[in-house]
Each structure stands twice: as C-alpha cells, then as structure tokens.
Design a protein around this ligand. Structure first.
Ligand SMILES: C[S@@+](CC[C@H](N)C(=O)[O-])C[C@H]1O[C@@H](n2cnc3c(N)ncnc32)[C@H](O)[C@@H]1O
Length: 392
C-alpha cells in the first residue's frame, strides 16, 4: 500500500497529482503546434450564437476556423484568445486571409488546399494589420504551406503516420458513404484493427505524448475514460471512430482530413464554413474589429470589466479544468457578460457543467439550440454542445 500524505484522502491525492500533471501539460502544450484545423464543428456555432452587428465576442481560437467563421455574421468585435501562440498565429492568418484575399480561388488554394507555390509572397501582405509577433511567426513558418498545412502539426503528423498504415483514399470514403450507416462498421473493422496495431499508435496511445498530440489534457482524459466506460485511450479512440462512421461522410471534413489529408474538394459544404464561397464573400465586407490575445481565458475574464462581451465561445476549455476552476470561470463570465450574455461550450461529458458547478441560478441552458447543436456536431468528439444564457 502506498503512503498517503497527512490530511489527504486517496481521491484527493489523485486529484492533486492530476493537477500537477496538467500544469506540466499546459506549459508543454503551449510550445507545440498541434492543430492546423479546429476540431469543432463551427457550422454549429454560427447557427446557435445568433450574432448581429452589436455582438461583441470573446472566443478561444484553437486553430481559428471558428473565429474566421464568425466574420460572415458581421459582429461588432471579436477578441480571439489562446495560450498557444502557434494556434493564435494561425487563427490570425485565417482571419486576415478571409477578410483580405479577394479572389476566392486564391483564398481556397491557401486554406482549402493548404498549399501554395509561393506562400511567403502571399502571406506577407496579410500581416500588415496583425500584431508584429504574428508577422514574425509567419516569416519563420510560411513553409507549412509548401506541401499541405493539414498534414502539419502534431495531429497532422500522427494522421500522416496512420495513413501510411491504413491506405484509405477518396474512393473508399465515397463507397463507405453509400453503405447504410449500420453496415459501415463491418467495412471499417479491418481498418480499426490496423490502427490499433499500427506503430506509432500502439506505442504512443497510453502515453502523455499522445495526449499532447491530440490536445487532450489529463483532466479531459479522465472525463473521456469515464464517459466511454473505457480503461484505455485506445478504447476511447476506437469508440470515436465508430461514431464518426455514422455521420454524413460526404461532408464530414474531419473524417476527410484524417483519412486522406485533404478536404472533399468536390463538395462545397465539406469544409469549415469560413472556407465556403458565400461566407467568404460576406466576410470580405465585415466591419468587425478583431484583436488577438496571447493569454489565458481565466486571466482575461478576471481583468475584464462587466459588459465587455455579449458572447463567449469557449471551445472545450472548461473540460481542461478541475471542477473548482470551472465554477470560478463560469462565475467570472456571468459577472462580465451580465444578463442575456450567451456562452457556447463543448464537453466530452454528457452531464451539465452548470448544474455540476451549482450555478443553475446564474445560467439557463438555451433549448432546443443546445440539443440540436449536440446532435449536429460532426466531430462526434463531444457528449454535448451547450449554449447557456446568463440570467438576470
Ligand atoms: C482546449 S484545446 C482542445 C482542442 C479543441 N477542441 C480544438 O479543436 O482545438 C483548444 C485551444 O484552447 C487553448 N486553451 C486551453 N486552455 C486555455 C485557457 N485556459 N485559456 C486560453 N486558451 C486555452 C489551447 O491552447 C488550444 O489552442
């Protein structure tokens, strides 16, 4: 039997160890370029947020597809925030290209196909309205567009390794899509087995390196294991692939990028909304003021005055936090947003974070928007996608 520290129970010790591990995770994660693509279905966001020309949005950026997608709704202001400068710089680039590259063909070449013959020359003029550090970042990293942006970063690298093992192409995906959803798992089964057996999957899947590579910290890993009643992350990954197989495979851009390294360029809705022609056209005329903040959401909220934002788009940041920190952040957002403010959040859990935090007197879940969003979310990574309204 291991010794306990005086005054601490075994679950308290486990929680403490997890918190220390997550501090190390956060310090490492913010130095790594993990995501070239936002692993959230930003089509859902614009549907449920209902932005207008008075809206002021505080949005965690991740890889920035969601932030760029907000421009089509012409909100008054967007404050994009992320602790990871790689992701924030990519978000800034996506926003600048969406607003400034007037030729849809050129825009799609850069961010739809993720490659460009002369990325340095194309990116350079987009930097003029962005913070100086973003310009420096892209002068050093424009080569990411030489071959395929979406095969870059830790997630892209992991997917590239897997593709070498499973050798799936666009024809396979079209064929899978034509099968009834119930029959697709049988067709996928040999692929799931080869993923389970493939190096690096087998070697990495239960290590912290894998968590860093897929952007899941220890707190969210525990939530994933609990929710899937799984003992290992391999079981979580397999269950996730099974859920993905049931979706509309023609338009599920997460499946396409994962299995082929490309979007389905033949289908106009098989890309994140900011990459669609009509949204790009609207975004070109957006009067929105956009700022980029390299800091934590907790710091930003603690320092903010009430009334600064009407909408808060949190990605799945709450899942990365222990219960007490979730409560504190939701408290802060209610203070800053004030009555009527909307909060969009995703969680791998099926339980309601507001109820768990004992804040149902401060927030109401917006329905049917939240249930519909949870059903529509194409990534199938989340148990729920919720929109909460701050109560008066
Ligand atoms: C929570 S992660 C998880 C992956 C996410 N579902 C995605 O597809 O990007 C999304 C982004 O949140 C950022 N992040 C995590 N915790 C944060 C915090 N407390 N404040 C600001 N950004 C945070 C990460 O750096 C990352 O870029």
């Amino acid at each position: 039997m291991g010794e306990q520290l005086p005054g601490r129970t075994a679950p308290q010790m486990t929680e403490r160890i997890q918190q220390v591990a997550d501090r190390a995770f956060a310090a490492t994660f913010k130095r790594l370029f993990t995501f070239a693509l936002l692993y959230e279905d930003s089509e859902v966001d614009n549907r449920v947020l209902g932005l207008d020309s008075h809206s002021r949005v505080l949005a965690v950026s991740g890889a920035g597809c969601g932030v760029a997608g907000l421009l089509a709704a012409h909100p008054a202001r967007i404050d994009a925030i992320d602790t990871n400068p790689h992701h924030l710089a990519l978000a800034a680039l996506k926003v600048a290209a969406t607003r400034r590259v007037t030729s849809y063909g050129e825009f799609y070449q850069l961010l739809g196909r993720g490659r460009h013959g002369d990325p340095e020359r194309t990116l350079q003029p987009l930097m003029s309205d962005l913070p100086a550090w973003v310009g420096q970042y892209w002068s050093a990293n424009h080569r990411r567009f030489r071959h395929n942006l979406y095969a870059e970063g830790l997630v892209g690298t992991l997917q590239r390794w897997l593709r070498r093992k499973v050798r799936v192409d666009a024809d396979f995906l079209h064929g899978l899509h034509r099968l009834p959803p119930a029959d697709r798992l049988a067709r996928l089964s040999p692929i799931l087995t080869s993923i389970e057996r493939a190096w690096p999957m087998r070697a990495l899947v239960n290590t912290p390196l894998f968590l860093l590579g897929i952007g899941v910290n220890f707190e969210q890993r525990q939530r994933n294991l609990r929710e899937n009643r799984a003992a290992t992350m391999m079981e979580v990954v397999t269950a996730h692939l099974g859920r993905l197989a049931q979706t509309d495979l023609e338009t599920n851009w997460f499946v396409w990028v994962g299995l082929t390294g490309e979007f389905n360029h033949d289908h106009p809705e098989a890309v994140p909304p900011y990459l669609r022609a009509e949204n790009h056209q609207r975004a070109l005329a957006a009067p929105t003021r956009v700022a980029f903040h390299r800091q934590s959401l907790q710091r930003m909220i603690a320092d903010a005055a009430p009334g600064q934002w009407s909408h808060f788009s949190l990605c799945d940041v709450l899942d990365w936090l222990p219960a007490a920190a979730q409560r504190q952040l939701l408290h802060g957002i209610a203070r800053v947003g004030g009555p009527g403010a909307l909060v969009l959040t995703r969680s791998v859990e099926s339980g309601c974070v507001v109820d768990r935090a004992g804040l149902s007197d401060r927030y109401e879940r917006v329905e049917p928007a939240s249930s519909q969003a949870s059903e529509q979310e194409r990534t199938r990574l989340y148990g729920r996608v919720d929109v909460y309204r701050v109560l008066g």
